[in-house]
Ligand binder design. Structure first.
Ligand SMILES: [Zn+2]
Length: 137
C-alpha cells in the first residue's frame, strides 16, 4: 500500500523540525562537509515547494540539490556539501501553494508513488484532468 499522505520532512525525521534535524547531521556525520545552519532564514523570496514521488521537496536555488520540506515548518537547508550557500549558512524560506490540501488529495488518489508529482505551474484542474485521463476519479 502506498502512503495515505504526501510525505514531508517531519514524517521522514520522526517529527523533528527541519533545522534541528540539519543541526544533528551537520554536527554529526556531515560535520566536516556541511556548515551548521543559522537560526534566522535568509531574507529572500521564498523558494517554491513541489511534490516529487509523493514527497514535499524544494530544489536548492544554488546547486542541484533538493531536500524534503514541511508546510508547517517552511524552511529549507541544503545538505549538499558542494552547495555555494551565498546567504552564508542561513536556511531559506519555502512557499507552499494556496490550495495545498486539494492538490495533495488529487495526487493521493493515484495508487502509484511515481505518479504523485506536482510542479508549481500545474493547477488542481490539471491534476484532476490527468487523473480522469487515467481512469482515476
Ligand atoms: Zn544547495
Amino acid at each position: 500500500m502506498p502512503p495515505t499522505i504526501i510525505v514531508t520532512s517531519k514524517n521522514f525525521q520522526d517529527g523533528m523540525a527541519t533545522l534541528d534535524f540539519a543541526r544533528i547531521l551537520t554536527n554529526g556525520k556531515l560535520r566536516d562537509l556541511v556548515p551548521t545552519p543559522t537560526n534566522t532564514p535568509a531574507n529572500i523570496t521564498p523558494i517554491a515547494a513541489r511534490i516529487n514521488y509523493g514527497r514535499w521537496i524544494a530544489d536548492c536555488p544554488y546547486c542541484t540539490g533538493a531536500e524534503m520540506v514541511d508546510p508547517n515548518d517552511p524552511v529549507f537547508y541544503c545538505l549538499n556539501y558542494n552547495c555555494d550557500r551565498p546567504n552564508g549558512n542561513a536556511p531559506l524560506p519555502v512557499q507552499f501553494p494556496i490550495g495545498r490540501v486539494g492538490l495533495e488529495n488529487a495526487l493521493l488518489r493515484r495508487p502509484r508513488m511515481q505518479n504523485r508529482n506536482w510542479f508549481p505551474y500545474e493547477t488542481l484542474a490539471d491534476l484532476l484532468a490527468e487523473n480522469a485521463a487515467n481512469g482515476i476519479n
